[in-house]
Write a protein of this length. Structure first.
Length: 256
């Protein structure tokens, strides 16, 4: 974990609430692995006081790419940054998705949950069979599609709730069929909690190796404040920042 002063090389609006930053951050870029995240100081002032956690869409030294959705004050400030601006970034933090050599892996990405799975596909897609199931509310929530087409994937399945892109419906509507027909050995998911809970239910007892990357409100990002705890299936608690954010899907107590 290092605190690095990144330099913004490119800042793009992708339409709607979505933004992409290319940042020169050589030390973080050299060590980050798929699943890791960073804590970003979105403003040099004390407002907001806390850094914001963001995943890494890609890391190719000396650059990292952040893809984010504007939700509130912090991400709004981030969207005002321009090329040439500096950004304090702490990371890489957290654990990573396992490589699983030889396994046929399905990546399940809901909305901005594409971030760590894109990183995974970029890092490992040339060496093993990867498939991607990607869904969002509508076309505007899936602005990374052109970039996704540059990934090395054996299958790409798109869902939108309003049918404006790909098949109409929730991505979980297609999950069981894809797992069966594509002879999937393992899944890696990231997305809204309700989506992950549904994925967990649908994949229960199928004998697959399943991982999920979780989001939580985070104060510190490295295990000191306990603001990010989630309930595990056995009734104990897990800190998303340093025991995760990637967990075996079955380890979490999902609220359905
Ligand atoms: C490990 C990790 C990786 C993440 N990666 C990304 C990423 O790559 N791209 C991205 O766009 N976002 C990502 N997030 C979510 C991102 O951290 C939040 O959207 C951001 O912190 C919101 O900050 P804000 O100041 O804009 O909103 P705030 O003003 O802090 O909050 C606005 C509203 O959003 C809610 N909110 C804030 N954080 C979250 C959250 N984590 N989950 C659900 N609701 C939340 C708040 O309760 C509030 O209602 C990640 C979160 C974690 C924990
Ligand atoms: S964010 Fe502080 S312990 Fe996890």
């Amino acid at each position: 974990m290092q605190d690095e002063r990144g330099l913004i090389e490119e800042a793009h609006s992708l339409g709607g609430d979505y933004f992409l930053l290319k940042i020169a951050a050589p030390r973080i870029a050299a060590t980050a692995k798929p699943g890791n995240f960073v804590m970003v100081r979105v403003s040099p002032s004390r407002d907001p006081l806390l850094r914001r956690p963001l995943g890494l869409l890609e890391s190719r030294p000396p650059y990292i790419w952040l893809y984010y959705q504007v939700l509130g004050h912090g991400t709004k400030l981030l969207s005002g940054l321009r090329p040439g601006d500096g950004l304090d970034i702490l990371g890489p933090l957290g654990n990573t998705f396992p490589e699983l050599p030889g396994k046929r892996v399905l990546l399940v990405a809901g909305g901005r949950g594409i971030v760590p799975l894109f990183h995974y596909a970029r890092a490992y897609g040339e060496h093993r069979p990867l498939l991607l199931l990607y869904g969002g509310r509508r076309r505007a929530d899936l602005p990374l599609l052109e970039r996704i087409k540059t990934l090395c994937l054996q299958g790409l399945f798109i869902f939108s709730e309003d049918g404006s892109l790909g098949q109409m419906g929730l991505l979980t509507d297609g999950l069981e069929k894809i797992v069966r027909e594509e002879r999937v050995d393992a899944t890696m998911s990231c997305g809204p909690e309700a989506m992950l809970a549904r994925v967990a239910l649908l994949l229960k007892s199928r004998g697959l190796e399943n991982r999920a990357s979780l989001e939580a409100l985070m104060g510190c990002g490295f295990g000191a404040c306990h603001s990010c705890v989630v309930l595990a299936a056995d009734g104990s608690y897990r800190k998303v920042c340093d025991e995760g954010p990637v967990f075996p899907l079955e380890e979490i107590q999902w609220r359905t």
